[in-house]
Design a protein around this ligand. Structure first.
Ligand SMILES: [Fe+2]
Ligand SMILES: [Fe+2]
Length: 561
């Protein structure tokens, strides 16, 4: 039904003849769209810039769990939030230099606190919570913007700020496994560790995001397990209180966050709460929920990609559980997506960085993870090397880990990538296992010149302070995974709990919430890993240098220099 919003019309404040007929018609069309199809593309009003003071903001709207996601390119920013009532709209206003430059309609729907897959009737839903998503496009580089959101185009939120990056060198942060709970950190178990005050996962996460924001980092990239609630295909609901704590840090209103699905995120709320670009669409049985519909068991859902300055980021879903028989299909889907992203952005990037949940080179509790083993055996790491991926960032193990640069995809053993082409292949660990640190770099790799493109794998520990798993001890009696450097495989071969896995280089359980900063330019990427409670200097640091204009790379390990 057509209606003119009582208080929202910004045109009320414009001189009558300053509004073109076309703009007025477009606005009327938006106003008529109260019951529009949720699948309809976002609509945009580009407005003559008007003074902020002239914009009617109605009664202050208080969105909950408001966050940002990076756009498909730097010219886009994406927004997601929750509302408390069942409404069918999502709107975002964009301001620059105090003037309103656009009003964009997005999509929204009702959050389903359901426990089965059988609820297909819109009216059978609980309407206490609603999800809202929108995006703005046409952004200029190196520009400060303000935005506000609304569920009804009448009453608007506080104006928050974000900045688009300038072309050229930039930094981003990697975090993983904040795995937010309603409870405490695990700093008194698993060997102890740094305790925040108060000693909660939420507080640890606040501190990590605060440290990232203090460094003026414009992008946060995730390795998954954003919250702790453990989803299954028969119980697809999560604890919204965990998401409230996840979105609590104020910088998340200004810094885009790029999630990936971890095994703890396998629930519908993951789809409701995040709004990344380029999500593949699949047919599904919930026609009015296309934006959140996915098949967790068989498809590569929630994988996506985005171009940020000179980096092509590809976010893959390795979080949900995969049986051995399905692993090849999943890896092929990932390979297809990487190739699609490369083709779409051919010539537009210098680096390819993949982030996904399950570390394939980790040395802690998850080193024998069955799903990881199936995916690696099906070629998960091989496709990284073959596609020229420079960095793979992951989590799941709650330990810090850095691999050698891997260069040769050897198919002589399923899932194994031969290390013979790297100079440090035969290096033995220099320290023991359960002491909390395995560092092979001192005797091995400081400078490695590679003959072909190489891939460096980095795993992060918890970004909130949860589950500081010890090194060397695996949780699954997996007979076939991991692959060790001495050619053996399986948990039983790890007799001294310190046997290095296939790509072992530096592993450490520092028992502190951590974040990793990457400084990117055209020819190098510097990585620095920081403990949240002791970050005057990095706990580990390495620089990848791209030699010349080709794919040949050098890894320079700065430890000890
Ligand atoms: Fe985790
Ligand atoms: Fe995990």
């Amino acid at each position: 039904m057509f209606r003119i919003p009582k208080r929202a019309s910004i045109f009320n404040h414009l001189p009558l003849f300053s509004v073109t007929a076309a703009l007025l018609m477009a606005f009327m069309a938006l106003s008529c769209n109260e019951e529009r199809d949720e699948r309809a593309p976002a609509q945009l009003l580009v407005l003559p810039v008007m003074e902020a003071a002239a914009v009617d903001e109605g009664t202050r709207f208080e969105p909950t769990m408001l966050g940002l996601a990076p756009g498909a390119t730097n010219s886009e920013m994406r927004f997601n939030w929750y509302g408390a009532k069942r409404v069918s709209k999502a709107w975002v206003r964009l301001f620059r230099n105090g003037g309103l430059v656009s009003v964009t309609a997005g999509t929204s729907g009702v959050v389903l606190p359901r426990t089965t897959n059988t609820c297909t009737d819109y009216d059978c839903r609980n309407d206490s919570l609603s999800w809202h998503k929108a995006s703005v496009t046409g952004l200029s580089p190196a520009t400060a913007y303000e935005y506000s959101v609304s569920n009804d185009s009448v009453n608007w939120s506080h104006r928050y700020e974000f900045k688009t990056p300038a072309a050229g060198p930039f930094s981003f942060a990697f975090v993983t496994d904040p795995q937010i709970t309603r409870g405490n950190q695990d700093c008194s178990s698993w060997g102890g560790g740094y305790c925040s005050t108060p000693n909660t996962a939420a507080q640890g996460w606040l501190e990590v995001v605060g440290k990232i924001a203090a460094r003026n980092i414009p992008l946060i990239v995730s390795g998954g397990d954003q919250v702790d609630h453990y989803g299954t295909t028969s119980n697809l609901t999560a604890d919204e209180g965990e998401y409230e704590r996840f979105f609590a840090p104020a910088p998340l209103r200004s810094i885009p966050f790029a999630p990936v699905m971890g095994n703890h995120d396998v629930h519908d709320q993951f789809a409701y709460h995040f709004n990344p670009p380029n999500l593949p669409r699949y047919s599904c049985s919930y026609p009015v929920r296309q934006d959140v519909c996915y098949d967790m068991s068989t498809q590569n859902a929630h994988s996506y990609y985005y171009l940020y300055n000179n980096v092509l980021f590809i976010a893959l879903n390795s979080g949900n559980y995969v049986q051995e028989s399905a692993a090849a299909g999943r890896v092929k889907a990932m390979d297809d997506l990487i190739k699609k992203a490369k083709t779409e952005h051919s010539g537009q990037y210098d680096w390819i960085i993949v982030h996904h949940h399950r570390s394939t080179h980790c040395q802690g509790s998850q080193m024998t993870d069955p799903t990881t083993g199936y995916l690696v055996a099906a070629g998960l790491n091989k496709i990284m090397v073959q596609n020229g991926v420079h960095l793979v960032l992951s989590g799941h193990d709650h330990t810090y880990s850095r691999s050698h640069v891997i260069t040769v995809a050897d198919t002589t053993a399923p899932g194994k990538i031969d290390l013979s082409a790297t100079s440090a292949a035969a290096t033995a660990p220099t320290t023991g296992s359960s002491a909390g640190k395995i560092n092979m770099s001192a005797a091995g790799e400081r400078t490695v010149t590679l003959d072909t493109a190489g891939t460096l794998f980095i795993g992060g520990t918890s970004a909130s302070g949860g589950k500081y798993y010890p090194l060397g001890y695996s949780s699954d009696a997996n007979a076939n995974y991991p692959f060790f450097r001495d050619g053996t495989k399986g948990a039983a071969a790890n007799t001294n709990h310190g046997k290095p896995t296939w790509a072992a280089n530096v592993y450490e359980q520092r028992r502190s919430p951590e974040y990793i900063i990457f400084d990117v330019d055209r020819s190098s990427i510097r990585m620095r890993a920081f403990k949240v409670n002791d970050d005057a200097s990095p706990a580990d640091e390495v620089t990848i240098v791209k030699k010349g204009g080709g794919n040949t790379s050098i890894l320079r390990d700065l430890r000890g220099f």
